[in-house]
Design a protein. Sequence first.
Length: 578
Amino acid sequence: MADPRKTLEPRFEAALRAAFGEEHAKADPVLRRSDRADFQADVALSLAKKVKKAPRDVAQELVKHLDLEGIVEKIEVAGPGFVNLTLSPSWLAREAMALAKGASLGIEPASKETVVVDYSSPNAAKEMHVGHIRSTVIGDALARVLDALGHDVVRQNHLGDWGTPFGMLVEHLLDGGDVEAAAASIGDLDEFYRAARQKFESDETFAERSRARVVLLQSGDERTLALWKTFIETSKRYFGRVYARLGILLDDDDVRGESFYNPMLPRVVADLEALGLTEVSDGAVCMFPEGFTNKEGQRLPLIVRKQDGGYGYAATDLAAIRYRTGELGATRILYVVGAPQQQHFAMVFSAARTAGWLKEPARAEHVAFGSILGPDKKMFKTRAGGTVKLAELVDEAIQRASAAVLEKNPELDEATRAEVARMIGVGALKYVDLSSDRIKDYIFDWDRMLAFEGNTAPYLQYAHARIRSIFRRGDAADTSAAATAEIVLGEPAERALALELLAFGGAVASVADSLQPHRLCTYLYTLASKFTQFYESCPVLKSEDVAVRRSRLALADLTARTLAKGLELLGIEAPEQM
């Protein structure tokens, strides 16, 4: 049931130990898929200099000590010293059959730890826009994968819900706004925010009153806090609706906004001062993490308390790390935040380590990502040049998907078509984001993301639906027997599909290690492609041999379940029909 790599790697380690001694047992054979064999091991080239032998001689010596009986059918040394391995068909079939009969699909529990995933983090009192989708979708996928591997995952939605903007909003409300109207909908609240911002920037008296209102908010003034809560509760209801439409696993219990950490900030600064880690610079209390300088070589400050006595993002982020490691017991903290914040987080992490709030085994990682670009390769905006609202983007995705579904399968009833369109539209939005290397920018292209061909969500969803249609058309005796059928791998396409199915657990684990969801996307696309090749060359329902027919149905069912689970880990639904 294991990924073949997990079966092969310890045997390579034993062979290396036997051939070259304990010091070379961890030479890390790079096992990769190969066109010439199932796997190719690349270890001889790196080991040759250390043992002072030619690479091919190293490979030959390694092969002599490899014990792969019953697992590998053929071993050969190729090229300058590669070891090519062809798995035994009987071993491969047994492993595939065990996988088909189990429920885990090859996902093996990892060494359990508490992982905090900080993602989405919109600003309260404002609508979510296209810029929020990357953090939200990437963070959700990573949390799902870590959950599947058995970790204790703590989702944290670090809302921007404190500071000057809220003094501005409350003051504008008191100037004649209607509390009930402001709370009625986020759309009204968004307009309200823009009006308040315009007044803040054009009216210095109003700006001064807003700053004074912030002081009242931070000091706990009851009236100010009550009005502030109106904005926050309205915002949370709106965010909840957006998350529900996108299938994002965040709720109110996961919210830990800036306001949550506000009571902790004086203690954070006091403790840093007591540790002798701060300096006063231009009236502000600062830390100067080692190794961070500007272009002139001057030390870069991390401001923990501003000149006016207020606290900035650095203090809040340090308080969050302290809370997450101390109170939540996190040993891994993931910050799914855009790439421009790279230096800020590097400095905060360094400061937290220096203060002793982020010490081994705890570690923090910035899961950086690039931007979404329009066809002109500039920041993605509406045709009028405005910000693309996330809710409107979801609406358009579903509308476009509905048209595509109607064209592809006009026989679907209206209710089914609407549900399938929702799955495809939302899935396409998510998948286009997840399927590329997250650190890179990508160009938003409706035609590409909704295509039923290529590495897209609709292609994978259609592959799943097509497999399920086989079972709807098949003989009941055959389809029910598929769950326990013996798998036979007589054709190359059957073998290739089985080998790909065994790699699912490894693909999921690699996402947790690398924090790169596109690796799972690539795997699922490859799996769907292998199934297409299998389906085209190996008759399933039309196979005259009962055992072969049921074996192929078993492979088809396992493929469908793997596709569905893989898509689920990405936060994407798999329709039964399309």
